[in-house]
Design a protein around this ligand. Structure first.
Ligand code: NAD
Length: 387
């Protein structure tokens, strides 16, 4: 099978997420990196791209230069990933979508709701893929949970509890570190810090697993380290489109918590619990039954989870393969379009621009609610309410 041609913007040497994308895109031999504008520093970006095997003519110093050259080529890129800091997602994604490229954009899709709405419209008009990297939704057992909810194993969903807590910004003495400080500066981070950065994954997961959308939200934000303008801890109550009651806690000062993304779904006839730090196990409790452990790799997994699983039972498999599954979905959809056939329906699980918009709208609604002492705020973006 031919490898697909892949371009990367951001994700330069030393970045947090660039290396993960490169591994994930290469999983299953799906994509090969052929072009990139990897760094805010043009010379460093070009040098690093060449180091990674990109030919010098396609190792760009700037994303505009990359767009101008790549749009003229016959051997067009099949997918462009945008992994720059949040504030530049909108402009770059819009430009590449408009030029007819498929885009996978890092989360949050944009820093403002109107920008995300515009990207949804642009993607619809251009007909290309605009995906958003809520990467954890690629985990095999998250897909198992979603499929079990969809099959009706849990009955009507009563309550969803989502968490994303870490303690990496707990050190008050480190608050002035430039890599930490910008995240709490509204001019650079927008209306929210930890909810927009980490909690947004939990919010998406609550929707992804239940198949419901967040409709209304009430939030309490706290800045627990002196001098921080934006929240480093937040608690949300929300109501979902199918009637589920939602709770979400996110924190950057939760010492001892490493990367605590957790989802719990409680239905009338059963409950599920999954933790990012233990991705190989999904806990299932049927009504009147005992807690059972569903293991990734076991024979009885549903097709959605089997497709997302690479190693045999008992071998660790996590973050990298979860991201890889987003790329695997996109590879299938791109190949299907190239071959003028319908894609495998299971590949349509990747998060879309609409999911990105809902996440940004949820964060904005929560920030407004927090400013209004927890008032209930409508979280449905106007564009999606109308359609
Ligand atoms: P980072 O600061 O570690 O790295 C950013 C990289 O982008 C650097 O190499 C920088 O030089 C480059 N860059 C900045 N502006 C650029 C521009 N205009 N053109 C080209 N390159 C540019 O940031 P990070 O932690 O890697 O985060 C990047 C994005 O990924 C953010 O949007 C973040 O929210 C997201 N992220 C997502 C996840 C996830 O789980 N999905 C995890 C971490 C980060």
């Amino acid at each position: 099978m031919n490898k697909l041609r892949w371009g990367l913007i951001g994700g330069g040497e030393g970045s947090q997420i660039g290396g993960i994308h490169r591994i994930a895109a290469g999983l299953d031999n799906a994509f090969t990196l052929v072009a990139g504008a990897l760094d805010i520093d043009p010379a460093r970006g070009r040098a690093y791209a060449v180091n990674l095997g990109v030919t010098p003519e396609r190792a760009y110093g700037d994303w505009r230069e990359m767009l101008a050259a790549e749009r003229k080529r016959d051997d067009r890129l099949d997918l462009v990933t945008v992994a720059t800091p949040n504030a530049s997602h909108y402009e770059i994604t819009k430009a590449f979508l408009t030029a007819g490229f498929n885009v996978l954009c890092e989360k949050p899709l944009t820093v403002a709701v109107e920008e995300s709405e515009d990207l949804v419209r642009t993607a619809r008009d251009c007909g290309g893929i605009c995906a958003v990297n809520y990467g954890y939704s690629g985990s095999a057992l998250v897909r198992q949970a979603r499929a079990m909810v969809k099959r009706g194993d849990l009955g009507r969903i009563r309550v969803v509890v989502a968490e994303f807590a870490h303690g990496h910004h707990a050190d008050a003495a480190d608050a002035d570190n430039p890599r930490v400080r910008w995240r709490y500066d509204p001019k650079l981070a927008g209306v929210s810090s930890v909810l927009g950065d980490a909690g947004i994954h939990a919010l998406h997961m609550a929707c992804f697993v239940t198949g419901q959308q967040v409709e209304r939200v009430s939030a309490d934000f706290a800045s627990t380290v002196a001098g921080r303008e934006l929240e480093d801890d937040a608690l949300l109550a929300f109501r979902m489109s199918g009637g589920a009651v939602g709770r979400l806690w996110t924190s950057a000062v939760a010492l001892g918590r490493m990367h605590g993304l957790t989802i719990q779904v409680f239905g009338e006839t059963g409950a599920l619990r999954w933790q990012q730090e233990r991705p190989n196990q999904l806990l299932w409790t049927p009504l009147s039954g005992r807690v059972e452990t569903i293991e990734r790799g076991e024979a009885r997994l549903l097709p959605e989870a089997r497709r997302a699983s690479r190693t045999t039972i008992g071998h660790s498999e996590g973050f990298l393969v979860a991201f890889g599954n987003i790329y695997a979905d996109l590879a299938e959809v791109v190949r299907a379009a190239n071959e003028r056939r319908a894609p495998d329906p299971l590949a349509l699980s990747y998060p879309t621009a609409e999911d990105g918009l809902r996440g940004v709208a949820g964060v904005w609604a929560a920030a407004r609610s927090a400013r209004e002492q927890g008032a209930w705020v409508d979280a449905v973006p106007a564009l999606l309410r109308a359609t």
